[in-house]
Design a protein around this ligand. Structure first.
Ligand code: BO1
Ligand code: ZN
Length: 242
């Protein structure tokens, strides 16, 4: 039965755009139970093609006023710190398909959980495939790191300056851990319109950023900006070891 599950879901490692279901049942985020995840060594490898030097446009995103200049006062969920990635500069490849990195942003606390464990932050790298498919790479972030990473620079830039955008030149390649082992499942956007058909690849390995970057981001979102956990329903989480 396990083998059959792997075979039947292998083709959905990268989902096609979903039709709107009458009752949405494939929503994100979820609690990833590592011991229930199905080992799927035959899933295509996640290949990251991110440049070392990239110029980012960092925004404070507010639902009420996108790109709100009052970027230092924060009201709640549906809001985040987001960095726009210029077209053509970064992508991932999965199974021979190129997914262009459009933007990344942050949530606190983490939206996904790993074996019931919640992380201080979670970063979402949002990609777009050739048919408009959405593929999100999720990365858990903790404190305790030395600082100087992309995450530290982007978060510090956003906290220190309250203008609508801030340019940051940083190392995008070093933003991800070396071990690209991922949990994969078909889910949704975690904010409105909660569209399904999103391919989620959540990295097993977390990344440590500085305690001050964690604290600054949490201060920006005292009530957090994470969606509640959603039921797994009939889905299977697969694990692709790097
Ligand atoms: S998330 O990663 O599930 N938190 C998430 C939530 C919402 C979006 C993306 C990721 N929104 C979409 C918009 C698209 C836009 C895309 C890239 O972000 O619905 O219109 O093109 O910015
Ligand atoms: Zn997100």
């Amino acid at each position: 039965a396990a083998a059959a599950m792997v075979a039947s879901s292998a083709s959905t490692a990268v989902a096609a755009p979903a039709k709107a279901a009458a009752t949405p049942s494939h929503q994100s985020p979820i609690d990833i139970r590592s011991r229930s995840a199905v080992d799927a060594p035959k899933l295509p490898e996640l290949v990251v093609d991110y440049p070392q030097h990239v110029d980012l446009h960092v925004h404070y995103i507010s639902k009420d006023a996108p790109g709100d200049a009052a970027g230092c006062t924060v009201r709640g969920p549906e809001e985040t710190v987001e960095a726009e990635v210029p077209a053509g500069t970064a992508a991932v490849h999965v199974g021979g398909v190129r997914y262009e990195l459009v933007q990344f942003h942050f949530h606190t606390h983490s939206e996904h959980e790993l074996d019931g464990h919640r992380f201080p932050l979670e970063q979402h790298f949002v990609h777009r495939g050739p048919q408009g498919q959405t593929l999100v790479v999720g990365l858990f972030l903790t404190g305790g790191g030395p600082g100087g990473t992309l995450q530290d620079e982007v978060l510090r830039a956003r906290v220190e300056e309250c203008g609508p955008t801030k340019e940051v030149t940083t190392d995008l390649r070093a933003a991800l851990p070396h071990d690209l082992s991922t949990f994969r499942y078909d889910g949704s956007l975690t904010t409105a319109p909660y569209t399904e058909g999103v391919s989620w690849l959540v990295l097993r390995q977390h990344q440590a950023i500085s305690d001050s970057a964690v604290a600054d981001f949490q201060k920006l979102f005292p009530k957090g900006n994470a969606r509640a956990l959603q039921p797994l329903n009939d889905r299977t989480v697969q694990y692709r070891r790097q």
